[in-house]
Design a protein around this ligand. Structure first.
Ligand SMILES: Nc1nc2c(c(=O)[nH]1)N[C@H]1C(S)=C(S)[C@@H](COP(=O)(O)O)O[C@H]1N2
Ligand SMILES: [Mo]
Length: 435
């Protein structure tokens, strides 16, 4: 697993590293203490051979060979090819070539944590409470209640962090420097949020729902809420808005919200609350942490880069913009002169559908049409492919551009600057060398 700066420091104290990275009990004992003497076998594997004088090694010593850039670092349940952006809280994105599957495998779905995931989860006693001003009587369900009392549904849903692409903004925006990999489209199974809300009974003044999860704040204060966002009641009542307990037919990985989460396809993934334990039905726009200020809000009208935007001119992000990824080949691909290159990827457009997909090999002067498939269901990404012939040897860039059913296309360069660097839907491009 690749990582960026920041993690090495933790290994100065392996016990602390374990604790910081995983929380006290979130990984089985057998996988803890990677650098303790007890896990000599693991260490030998990591250094690439038997450590001859291992019995002399001080406990907690970091083998010198590991003390450089490519430290092994594992997120339980995640593909080692994910790129770590931050270790506390854990944030990791997926390189485009690892998103090539039509249905994103659970181990390849990005991780965006704002706090520390819960520990010692007891699924048999996990409950979900629906409360708030706009319910007459609050109601609590066990996981078993949810599974048995409501019809189960499965949808493939696109989840993309609102800050995906942030790294390209100038002036730069603070926060995780996501490139292209905070997106995925897996198959989620659960119950419809609307079925549960109807079972509780919501009042006519309901305008919004807000979630609460069981993760804890980095401050360590158990009372401090990490993040509590939500969606307008209209989005909550859509068929595809799920309270989910499974991804691709299996338990959700701990880092992605085990054992229960919300999934709102097409909206900033920050609305899809993980480790879900409470939903509040509100008679006002939900006002939980990260609903106001610059969080998940952008200037309602375009502003010059770096501008200070008054609070009343900031609007909450709803449906995400049209976007696409080239998932094959990997950037830097080489091909012999005269050969045809097959390229492919996915495209998505928030609540909308993608209508057309184009590619360019001449920096956007001309565009050719790609084959585009229909989505598996509403709010799922769509697969596209094309065959490219290159006119002569040399360096090329392949650019991909999606257009939605409203006629809106991806820009070639980073669009509207905003304080927190959201909604960068600029064209994805890869390098190709024809030899
Ligand atoms: N409880 C809780 N829910 C959360 C978060 C969080 O930190 N805590 N992060 C949100 C954000 S900002 C994103 S982008 C998605 C990421 O989901 P994933 O980690 O499963 O990819 O979860 C959202 N739900
Ligand atoms: Mo996010």
């Amino acid at each position: 697993m690749k990582r960026k700066a920041g993690i090495h420091k933790l290994y100065q104290s392996p016990e602390q590293a374990d604790e910081k990275l995983w929380g006290r009990q979130t990984i089985p004992d057998s996988r803890r203490g990677f650098l303790k003497k007890a896990s000599l076998t693991a260490m030998s594997m990591a250094v690439g051979g038997k450590i001859v004088f291992a019995e002399n090694m001080p406990s907690g010593l970091i083998p010198a060979i590991l003390a450089d850039d490519e430290l092994p670092f594992e997120i339980p349940g995640k593909d080692p090819g994910l790129v770590i952006l931050n270790d506390r809280p854990v944030n990791a994105e997926t390189p485009p070539h690892l998103l090539d599957d039509k249905i994103t495998p659970a181990d390849k779905l990005f991780v965006r944590n704002n706090g520390i995931p819960p520990e010692n989860i007891d699924v048999n006693n996990w409950t979900l409470t629906i409360d708030g001003e706009s319910v007459a009587n609050k109601k609590t369900y066990t996981l078993a209640d949810l599974k048995s009392r409501f019809k189960n549904y499965t949808y493939q849903l696109t989840l993309e962090c609102g800050g995906n692409g942030r790294s390209e903004f100038n002036p730069p925006a603070k926060g995780n420097q996501w490139t292209t990999g905070a997106v995925g489209c897996s198959k989620w199974t659960g119950v419809r949020l609307k079925d549960v809300l109807n079972d509780v009974g919501i009042k006519s003044d309901a305008v919004y729902i807000g979630y609460y999860g069981k993760d804890t704040h980095l401050s360590g204060d158990p009372e401090e809420v990490v993040i509590s966002r939500g969606v307008p009641i209209s989005k909550a009542m859509e068929d595809e808005s799920l309270i989910a307990w499974a991804i691709n037919g299996e338990d959700i990985p701990l880092m992605n919200g085990y054992p229960l989460r919300l999934v709102f396809g097409g909206w900033p993934a920050s609305t899809s609350g993980k480790w879900l334990e409470r939903i509040s039905v509100r008679n006002i726009i939900h006002d939980g942490p990260k609903m106001g200020g610059d969080s998940y809000r952008v200037p309602c009208e375009a502003v010059p880069p770096g501008a200070k935007v008054p609070d009343e001119n900031m609007c909450i992000i709803e449906s995400m913009p049209v976007k696409s990824l080239i998932t094959y080949p990997k950037t830097g691909a080489q091909i012999s002169e005269g050969r045809t290159l097959n390229i492919r990827g996915h495209a998505w457009a928030g609540d909308n559908r993608v209508n057309e997909m184009h590619y360019s090999i001449d920096f956007g002067v001309t565009w050719k049409k790609c084959q585009l498939e229909a989505p598996a269901n509403r709010l799922a990404w769509q697969h596209w492919s094309a065959k490219i012939d290159f006119p002569q040897k040399g360096y090329y860039e392949v650019w991909a551009k999606a257009t939605d059913d409203q006629g809106r296309s991806q820009p070639m360069i980073v669009p509207g600057w905003n304080p927190k660097g959201y909604l960068n839907n600029a064209c994805h491009r890869i390098a190709v060398m024809v030899k």
